[in-house]
Write a protein that binds this ligand. Structure first.
Ligand SMILES: NC(=O)c1ccc[n+]([C@@H]2O[C@H](COP(=O)([O-])OP(=O)(O)OC[C@H]3O[C@@H](n4cnc5c(N)ncnc54)[C@H](O)[C@@H]3O)[C@@H](O)[C@H]2O)c1
Ligand SMILES: [Fe+2]
Length: 381
């Protein structure tokens, strides 16, 4: 089968990238923009960095700021109604994965109204039309939702998160400006950075990985290993490099998929509201240990990219251990807990069945059964 790459039409990177927005909106003929953000970002003034630019340029907009972390079906439906009420023709998403994913679902439903129930978008839905024209402006350095063809929505009623994969939802434009990420508190910076590392490592070892995505993933691992600690400590250069690293990882994994660290992380988000990056970080070294025999030489390159010295003279067992240890150490250094006290024995079967049904599971290098995953959950208890 041929390999496929889907990317933004255009992306801008680095300080000052947000100033490109008026020109991009004008060139695309935006008349009324629907700005999708969340209350936390409005409160800390980060959303205003974009709405001030729109005000200055005289671009009309309506702000929808009701997105909650781990966004829900109801969130999306409220957004669709607000988009229609606003008479908007375009979207600017300002936020982390939650605001960007919500805006993707809104944009898809506006142009494909037969999916207004939201649930029918799960997996690879047969949408016919591209989403509403969208400019995505990430404020966390993790999900890379600004360049992916995925979005993740929570079904509160069924207590599950579901992944939607659709080429029609990729934002035309990504504005990756580290200035938008400066307000992140350290814990958010750490968890979203570990999400990005999980994307890079799962994307590098997933079944469909190939030369072009390897290039993205290895570079992302290298940048994250060198910069995540600095970024968490508040160093502006570290934040800048992490903004780039997470985007580079997104260019890869969006096109080849992930693995069971993500499948299991989604269940912790749905059941216990565990932040996505924290859940990914907890599972990443555990899943690397579980997968290691199925990854050929790949852990040598992961260890090298993580900054481990002397990998060429190591045995297979040594470089595999070195890669896992380096990931575990980074996670500890940025303050991610190693146990999840919320997981209950009586929930394990349901969690594992849901992780087995998750869209990321088939991409895992080792075919994992629900029983295997129960044992992996236990390692967090
Ligand atoms: N689409 C994809 O490809 C993809 C990939 C990975 C994860 N996700 C999804 O993304 C969601 C997680 O997104 P996230 O980790 O970016 O966090 P988030 O968007 O859920 O935001 C978490 C909290 O951080 C706050 N916040 C965000 N940026 C901030 C900033 N700059 N300053 C201060 N506070 C800020 C928000 O207000 C919010 O309260 C999950 O639902 C996850 O499943 C999607
Ligand atoms: Fe993720």
């Amino acid at each position: 089968m041929a390999n496929r790459i889907v990317l933004n039409q255009v992306s801008y990177h680095g300080e000052g990238a947000i100033n490109e927005i008026p020109g991009l909106a004008a060139a695309r003929g935006f008349k009324k923009v629907f700005v999708v953000s969340d209350p936390g970002l409005v409160k800390c003034g980060t959303t205003a960095k974009i709405t001030d630019i729109l005000d200055g340029a005289g671009i009309a907009y309506t702000l929808f700021d009701e997105v909650k972390p781990n966004p829900t079906i109801e969130n999306v439906q409220a957004g669709v109604a607000a988009f229609k009420a606003a008479g908007a023709d375009s979207i600017i998403a300002v936020g982390g994965g939650s605001a960007m994913d919500t805006s993707k679902a809104i944009g898809i439903i506006i142009t494909n109204p037969e999916f207004e129930d939201v649930r029918s978008l799960e997996g690879v839905a047969p949408t016919k039309n591209h989403a509403v024209p969208t400019i995505a402006v990430p404020t966390t350095s993790g999900t890379a939702a600004e360049v992916t063809i995925n979005y993740v929505i929570t079904d509160v009623q069924k207590q599950r998160k579901f992944v939607c994969v659709d080429e029609h939802d990729i934002p035309e434009v990504a504005i990756v400006d580290p200035v938008m990420m400066l307000s992140m508190p350290a814990a958010l910076c750490a968890s979203t950075g570990m999400d990005a590392l999980t994307h890079a490592i799962e994307g590098y070892t997933t079944k469909a990985a190939w030369e072009m995505t390897d290039m993205f993933h290895l570079e992302a691992i290298k940048l994250i290993a060198a910069n995540l600690r600095k970024s968490v400590a508040g160093d502006p250069e570290g934040r800048k490099q992490m903004a780039l690293a997470q985007y580079i990882a997104g260019q890869g994994f969006s096109n080849v998929g992930l693995g069971i660290a993500h499948s299991m992380a989604h269940t912790l988000g749905a059941h216990y509201d565990t932040p996505h990056g924290v859940a990914c970080a907890m599972f990443l070294p555990i899943v690397m240990e579980y997968n290691q025999e199925y990854t050929g030489e790949r852990f040598r390159e992961i260890a090298r990219a993580m900054g481990v010295e002397g990998v060429d003279s190591m045995t297979q067992a040594e470089y595999r251990k070195a890669a896992i240890d380096a990931v575990r150490q980074l996670s500890v250094d940025v303050g991610i807990p190693v146990k999840n006290e919320k997981i209950r024995e009586e929930d394990l079967k349901q969690l594992a069945d849901e992780a087995y049904a998750d869209a990321c599971r088939p991409g895992n290098p080792r075919d994992a059964s629900a029983e295997d995953m129960i044992e992996l959950y236990r390692k967090l208890m």
